[in-house]
Design a protein around this ligand. Structure first.
Ligand code: NI
Length: 138
């Protein structure tokens, strides 16, 4: 369990004004909550760069008529089964599919998976949300 500590800091007034404006626009209840969110975001990003255990989701949009793409994406997901938690498939329209692949595991292995997925012929768009497994963010 964490204890609450109080800190003080010095910074330029113009920087604080701009930050407070952002805090209001983004709807944080207090400046402290906004700063904590920034710190956690930074820590989560660092988990990815330091190759720690991380979590995330990969979203793909592709045309399933494109030759062999469904089998190729399936084969890749079986190859990386150890870091894939679940996959959700949505039929967007007659041609297009959207797939959300939830991942959890070593960052380097997930990056490798993402690299293979996004370079698969026929994938029209991809997006990776890099988040944390949460245990180091208090
Ligand atoms: Ni589909």
């Amino acid at each position: 369990m964490s204890n609450l500590v109080r800190i003080s800091m010095s910074l330029e007034d113009t920087l604080l004004e701009r930050f407070d404006q952002q805090v209001r626009e983004e709807g944080y209840p207090t400046r402290s909550e906004a700063i904590k969110a920034l710190m956690r975001q930074n820590l989560a990003t660092r988990e990815w760069t330091q190759n720690e255990r991380v979590a995330g989701s990969v979203t793909l949009v592709y045309d399933h008529h494109r030759g062999g793409i469904v089998k190729k994406l399936m084969d890749v997901q079986h190859d990386y089964g150890s870091v894939i938690v679940s996959t959700q498939h949505v039929h967007l329209d007659h041609d297009h599919c959207l797939e959300i692949i939830v991942v959890k595991g070593e960052a380097a292995q997930i990056r490798e998976l993402v690299s293979v997925l996004k370079s698969t012929k026929g994938v029209k768009h991809n997006s990776l949300v890099m988040t944390s497994i949460g245990e180091n963010l208090t």
